[in-house]
Design a protein around this ligand. Sequence first.
Ligand code: SF4
Length: 211
Amino acid sequence: MEDSDSIDSISQVIRGPSMKKSDSLPTSAALRAAHLIERIGRVLRAGDHATGLNPAQAEGLRYLARANRFSRTPAALADFLGSTRGTVSQTLLALEAKGLIERQANARDGRSVTLELTKAGTEFLRSDPVRTLAAAIDASGADARLAEHLEAALREAIAERGGRAFGACHSCRHFRRDQRKGAAPHHCALLDEPLSASASLLICAEQTTRT
Ligand code: SF4
């Protein structure tokens, strides 16, 4: 099945009310979309192996490229992956051994560490299979609503398991826009920290969506 077929099907489902929590059985279109999402995940994992990383390593690397400075920690990565600290520790050791990430002292407390992509890690992600999938989504004609509806579905799935959503900072109830002039005009009311425009686009372990 072509990628564009997959995206069309997902869009067809998410436009309608079928993602609402309901006592009724899912529609055949919703089931088809769910199976396509699963299949896309499988294709991506195969792509990860072809790059020389296992899927957990690839997901960890992607996470560190998208997470804000408060969330680039082993504990937050474990939460994001729904994995144990021990498993994540092995993943991080492998990424360090490949020269793709490095540990740095946490500037906020000096005791813990933050995880940062190295130059090689940033370069590695330029050929990330996710980018190929994103290009296929663009080519399918899907618009921004596709990501919004998939995000809503993902949030619901994560909430049912008691996990955290890790949404974008600018959509957080603690985000305060344009509080000052300069390179970091925004503010986090929870952590009492300044935020730059680019940081506002990153995902955060503490993010709580506005209601
Ligand atoms: S505003 Fe929310 S998402 Fe942004 S840094 Fe603060 S807690 Fe995290």
